[in-house]
Design a protein around this ligand. Structure first.
Ligand code: PLP
Length: 423
């Protein structure tokens, strides 16, 4: 067996780069899986959490836990301050005009469903929603449901087969007066394409079309400025940026949020309730029915502070370098098909071997301690368009190293030997 794959091989030498030093902040990374040092390359699915986040949540539950907005006792005031402090931090993280434009949700998926329901209440039969062919199911199915409820139509901006970009030239034909909303992803979770968000938003805005940006794959990897991007809505998930699961963010332009009806009813979202009618609370509370994920917001706050101490532009550069290194080396393997752009890609690489199923790749890689993802990545229509059922995907974050990329390639070589496929 190759020395790099021997379970008794010790962990690579002591950290030498600043990036490697950051790994010490992530206790989960320091373990063996099936006897091998863990190489976690499933960051597009969820990121690992730094000690600062774990400790902030622990501290919150130990010393501040109470319900928010409703109490006048000390702990409730502290919990409310922590929760609203997190909201203000998100507003700064996105450069929103005010914290009132930040709604906490369960995740990107719930944020998009909120818009599809509440903003979608104005959609009529014959209206159109424009999406792209590279949307995650989270930014596709909610619009299908809206179309079914209202008789609206869905349109798709095509993906070019060869480089995984959008056919932006087709916008002229597709952005007609029937289109009321254009929803698209910033970074494709399957192709690694980085879409020109500001340009797409400007094209839509010029025609009075509302825009929604799915920032699930970008929020933790590059700097986002909603004013500069010029979007109306933007959604992301805490768990993909080093924060806890169960929490997400919807940014919405104030005028739109104010004009929208509530989505879910319950505590906190009301100003006054009578037996037969109610009046709604102001934004953003109008969209946050029931007890929110307070500890989640505290954890997200710590995650945003942590990321910004490193610098999101530096993180993006590091992710890109790792993805480029992986792409170059994988391109040298026989029988491999690599998806998405050759250059300028975000920090992930999806690939397909002509003779080994993606699930087998991922299952065997796991035996070597390498965590990948295999499947359709919630992009079934895109995969079918590309003539594929599934791919394996390696996705990187700032705590991944060049050594881990090399190990991935080594393990893939071993897997091909295992399946008796010529190298
Ligand atoms: N959009 C994209 C591009 C994603 O990659 C994901 C998750 O992988 C989502 C939306 C959904 O995120 P969540 O499951 O956190 O709601």
């Amino acid at each position: 067996m190759n020395a790099a794959l021997d379970p008794t091989t010790p962990r690579p030498a002591a950290p030498t780069t600043a990036w490697e030093l950051l790994r010490a902040d992530f206790p989960i990374l320091d373990q063996r899986v099936h006897g091998h040092p863990l190489v976690y390359l499933d960051n597009a699915a969820t990121s690992q959490k730094p000690r600062a986040v774990l400790e902030a949540i622990d501290r919150y539950y130990r010393s501040e836990n109470a319900n928010v907005h409703r109490g006048i006792h000390e702990l409730s005031n502290r919990a409310t301050a922590a929760y609203e402090g997190a909201r203000a931090r998100v507003a700064r993280f996105l450069n929103a005009r005010s914290a009132e434009e930040i709604v906490f949700t369960r995740g990107t998926t719930e944020a998009i469903n909120l818009v599809a329901h509440a903003w979608g209440a104005r959609v009529r039969s014959g209206d159109a929603i424009l999406l792209t062919e590279m949307e995650h199911h989270s930014n596709l199915v909610p619009w299908q449901l809206l179309a079914q409820r209202t008789g609206a139509n869905l349109r798709y901006l095509p993906v070019t087969g060869d480089d995984g970009g959008l056919e932006v030239d087709r916008l002229g034909q597709l952005l007609t007066p029937e289109v009321k909303l254009f929803a698209f992803t910033h970074i494709s979770n399957t192709l690694g394409t980085v879409n020109p968000v500001a340009e797409l938003c400007a094209r839509a805005r010029g025609l009075g079309v509302v825009t929604l940006v799915d920032a699930a794959q970008s929020a933790g990897h590059l700097e986002l400025d909603v004013q500069q991007l010029g979007c109306d809505f933007l959604a992301f998930s805490s768990h993909k940026i080093g924060g806890p699961t169960g929490l997400g963010v919807l940014y919405g332009r104030r005028e739109l949020l104010e004009a929208m009806p509530p989505w879910q009813g319950g505590g906190d979202m009301i100003a006054n309730v009578e037996f037969y009618a109610s009046r709604w609370n102001v934004i953003p509370h109008k969209f946050e029915a029931g007890t929110p994920h307070i500890a989640g917001a505290v954890g997200l706050h710590a995650a945003m502070d942590y990321l910004d101490r490193i610098g999101r532009q530096r993180i993006f550069q590091h992710d890109q370098e790792l993805a480029a290194r992986a792409y170059e080396q994988l391109a040298g393997l026989a029988g491999i098909r690599l998806l998405g752009p050759k250059t300028g890609r975000a920090g992930l690489v999806s690939f397909h071997f002509s003779d080994v199923h993606a699930h087998d790749v991922v299952t065997v890689a796991d035996q070597f301690g390498v965590a990948l993802r295999g499947g359709h990545h919630c992009n079934q229509p895109l995969m079918r368009k590309l003539g594929l059922e599934s791919t394996a995907r390696a996705s990187f974050y700032f705590y991944n190293t060049a050594g881990e990329v090399d190990r991935l390639v080594e393990v893939l070589r071993e897997i091909r030997r295992f399946f008796h496929v010529p190298l």
